[in-house]
Write a protein that binds this ligand. Structure first.
Ligand code: ADP
Ligand code: ADP
Length: 233
């Protein structure tokens, strides 16, 4: 079942009197339960495509269907709503609020929901337990390692049960052992049925996904299944 359908997507930016083509004629379908890695040199369009899939930005032309619904026709408010309901984001540098505890950071995306406070807390605790941070609920980001901070951000990304988990260089700030721990969490989430997309520069990291999509100059130059390295529990 298709979750993401990008049809002939282009994205141009105007810089002075010049037009820059960030994406030129991108076609991709991602089905529910896929785990794809996006690769490509700097400037090849990866961030632009992730921003579009994440409903942070609209294409200049082409159609984006998310669960069959035409996102590319949505207003800015509509886009924000879809983003909050359907997308979980994970970033290279975690983007956690420094003065808030792990628990408060994970509760944050529920602020716009009408879930009662007590249930929000219980949900956030369960999410942190599921990423192995049940003992770190009240620690602030500065009291956690990089890997632990990334786990908090994964728990936060998942708290509203998004349709897609989008991670932009999620292991870029982590050492290799910690990177594998994070990839292990993504594999477990994907095993449980979550659709996961990550951007990475590292071939080794990409091989823990099930599909590698490569960009060059705003176009997809290869899109292939991978044998899927596994990380043992
Ligand atoms: P990547 O993520 O692969 O490094 P990007 O999607 O960030 O690539 O960029 C693709 C191209 O679009 C690059 O040439 C970049 O400079 C350009 N670009 C991206 N965002 C903007 C923007 N907001 N304004 C102008 N040009 C941009
Ligand atoms: P990162 O490596 O953290 O993804 P990027 O260099 O891809 O950072 O881009 C960071 C932000 O700057 C993105 O929102 C992107 O759209 C924007 N950007 C990238 N290239 C340009 C550019 N040439 N002009 C203006 N904005 C750009």
């Amino acid at each position: 079942k298709p979750v993401i359908q990008l049809r002939d997507i282009t994205k141009t930016y105007q810089l002075g009197d010049q037009y820059i083509y960030a994406l030129r004629g991108v076609n991709v379908t991602v089905n529910k339960g896929e785990f794809a890695a996006i690769m490509g040199p700097s400037g090849s369009g990866k961030s632009t495509m992730m921003n579009m899939i994440g409903c942070l930005d609209q294409p200049s032309s082409g159609d984006y269907l998310l669960e069959g619904l035409p996102v590319s026709e949505a207003s800015d408010d509509g886009l924000a709503l879809v983003r909050n309901l359907k997308i979980g984001f994970v970033f290279q540098n975690f983007h956690l609020l420094p003065r808030q505890s792990a628990l408060e950071n994970v509760e944050l995306p529920m602020i716009y929901s009408n879930i009662p406070v007590k249930e929000r807390r219980e949900r956030a605790i369960r999410a942190l337990q599921s990423v192995g941070l049940g003992e770190r609920l009240y620690n602030k980001p500065s009291e956690l390692s990089g890997g632990q901070q990334q786990r908090v951000s994964i728990a936060r990304a998942l708290i509203n049960d998004p349709v897609i988990l989008l991670a932009d260089e999620p292991t870029g700030a982590l050492d290799s052992r910690t990177s594998l721990e994070i990839m292990h969490i993504f594999q477990e989430l994907n095993d449980a049925g979550k659709t996961v997309l990550i951007v990475t520069h590292e071939q080794e990291i990409a091989e823990y996904a099930k599909r590698i999509i490569r960009f060059r100059d705003g176009q997809i130059v290869s899109d292939e299944p991978v044998l899927g390295r596994r990380i043992a529990s």
